[in-house]
Write a protein that binds this ligand. Sequence first.
Ligand SMILES: Cc1ncc(COP(=O)(O)O)c(C=O)c1O
Length: 464
Amino acid sequence: MIEQKYVLRDDEIPRQWYNLAADLPTPMQPLKTPDGQLVTPEMMAAIFPMNLIEQDASQERWIDIPEPLLELLASWRPGPLKRAWRLEKALGTPAKIFYKDESTSPAGSHKPNSALAQAWYNKQFGTERLTTETGAGQWGSALCFSCAQVGLECKVFMVRISFDQKPYRKILMETWGGTCIPSPSNETEAGRRFLEQYPDTPGSLGMAISEAVEAAVSDKSGKTKYSLGSVLNHVLLHQTIIGQEAKKQLALAGIKKPDIVIGCAGGGSNFAGLSFPFVCDKIHGDEITIIPVEPQSCPSLTKAPFAYDFGDTSGMTPLLPMHTLGHNFVAPPLHAGGLRYHGMAPLVSQAVVEGLLEPQSIPQLECYAAAVQWARTEGTICAPETSHAIAATIREANKAKEEGKEKVILFGYSGHGLLDLSGYEAYFSGRLEDYEIPEEEFRKSLYSSLEGLPDAEAKKSGKW
Ligand SMILES: Cc1ncc(COP(=O)(O)O)c(C=O)c1O
């Protein structure tokens, strides 16, 4: 019988997070203010608790996970590593396809790995309430679940288009005791401004972030903090248990190292979580192709420049050194809502600049075709975001077949799509289309967003 699942015991859960910042050959550039000053921890303290700010700036390679947090994470971790042998058979590929299944978490994706950590650290700090944004609804659900676990209130600004496409996500959030409102909303100044400027906007993660940050800082008691679901170093850090578990589990399968590691990338957290422990091995000499996958219609890594830009639309966050389509960019209303973000995590962006990663962008029809092939072979219904990783995996497995090579492919199954069926319905009814940003729109967004901001230098060691 083919072995299909590689499972670790509860006490084999990783006890530390891995911090790529300690190993990057060319360090990530610092966060800045629009006038070019360095951002200090005190400036960040209005929105984040100091314990997470310290983690964000840490250059330590390993950071201990506190025992009480480990106990909470162990309710679903370690997660399984699985072999997709039925897909292998259907493709007739000599490649071995393994995937790390993050859909088994309470909220159905990788997002609780950081949500629980952020809620826990906020609770220790004395925070009473968290605000956040959500694109696909996965992050908002994860944070509401996590706040319920540690005893915090939670308010979620959900990107309008996803709010309309996925009504059940709101009910999940409410069931866990949170509040969910569509963004842009009338509840914040930023939201009212967006609605006035763009009355029919589908919303964007950048707009929702502006609203959530404003909602946190406008509570003058200091007891409301903001929580971000991706992009920042500490969020990526919390996700690295995924890749560490995967390494142990590949060893159980008799695999020394994968040839190819693939993850979909919106803000970069699940991709980083799976891949950074392998990026570390690559830095130290292993030959591994590591592929972040993004939508063709929102191609920050494959098309956009590396620049200093705001993380949100109204310019409330510090400037991040990242690949960015410009904070004014509003992606078309594709169903992979979690991949509709204008920027990419600075650590992922720096690894791309360094040449350690080989990003791909894939059109959404190919992604849905991959998701359907997956469902009809492996049986599970994936999130639209995850379908990007599956589509790239199928491309690589087909390439291995053409080359007659028995490659080992590892990909991140970042979430299930059981609350994303409207996207599948749109695909089956032929209403989905591929979309490439017109060059003029791309240039306009970049120019209007980046004009006057400090330049970011794309520094690299030249080793890759
Ligand atoms: C299932 C799933 N995968 C991937 C992503 C992309 O986010 P990130 O790049 O932070 O992993 C999301 C975001 O909402 C998601 O819900």
